[in-house]
Ligand binder design. Sequence first.
Ligand SMILES: [Zn+2]
Length: 301
Amino acid sequence: MKKIYSLLLSVFIFIECAFPQSSDFVPGNSYWGKNHFVEYVAGNLPIIISVPHGGSLKPEIISDRTFGVNARDNGTQEVAREMITEFMGRTGKSPHVIFSHLVRRKLDVNREEFEAAQENTAALTAWNDYHGFIDSAQASARRSFGKGFLIDLHGQNHPEQRIEIGYRLESDELAMPDADLNSKEYIEKSSLKNLVKISAYSHAELIHGKNSLGALFDTYGVRSTPSPSDPAPKSYKFFSGGYTIFRHAAEDTTEIFGVQFELNPELRSQDHFESTAKLLVSVIIEYLNIHCGEKFTERLN
Ligand SMILES: [Zn+2]
C-alpha cells in the first residue's frame, strides 16, 4: 500500500512538473497541449473563457467516440478570438481562453473523462490538457484578483432564438419562487455560488433580477433566458450547464463563479462574430462592475 502511495505521489509530482506553470505564461500568447489539440491563450484578467465544441481536427490516432453528442458549435472559436481583441482594446489586458481544436466525435471536453475520451489515450491527454489549462488560468486569476469568472462558450440550435444562460439550474428550478432560489439547496447547486458570497444581491436577483446577466442582455435588445423579460425557459429546450462549470465553477474552496452561454445561430454567424464579441464583453464588464465593486474592471487596467 505504501509502495502504491509513493508511486502515485511520484506520478503526481511528475505531472505537476511537466505541466507549464502559470508564471511562465505571457498574456496574449498561445500555448499548446500535446499534439496541438488544445490551445491556451494566456491571460491577465480574472476572466476565463472555455470553448469546447468549435474544433475541426479529426486525427486518425483518435478513434471516433461511440456514444454521446457530436454536434459542432460553429462560430464559437471565432467569437472567442474577437472577444480577446475586444478585451485588449477596452482594458489593455487579455482574458484567459482555452480552445479544444478536436471535433466533438473525437473528444467532448464538456463531459466527464469516460464519456469525453472513451478510453482513447491521446483523447484523454487532450482532455487533461484542456482542464489543466483551465485550472492554471483560475489559479492565476485567484492569485492576482482573489476571484475569477468562467464563461463556458457554446452554441445551440433550438427553435427559440435567444441566449441560454446555464447556471446548473434546470428549467423547472428557474421557474421556482425567489424564496426557493435563495434557499441553501439551490445556492449550493448554482454555478454562481461563489458570487453570492461577494455580491450585494441575492441569488434570485443574480439569476433573473435587474442586475442579472439576462437583464444586461435585455438592455442591448438581445433575448436571453433567464432574464427579467424571460425569467425561465418554460417547457422549451434549454441547456442548463455541463461538466465544465460543474467542475470549475461550483467548488466551495475556490472564489471562481461561472456560467454556460449558449448562443443562438444568428449570434455566431460570420456577419456577427465581431458584434457578438462586443456584446458579450460589454455585458461581462458591466456584470463584474456591478457585483465585484464599482468600476471593478477599471482597476484591471
Ligand atoms: Zn456545446
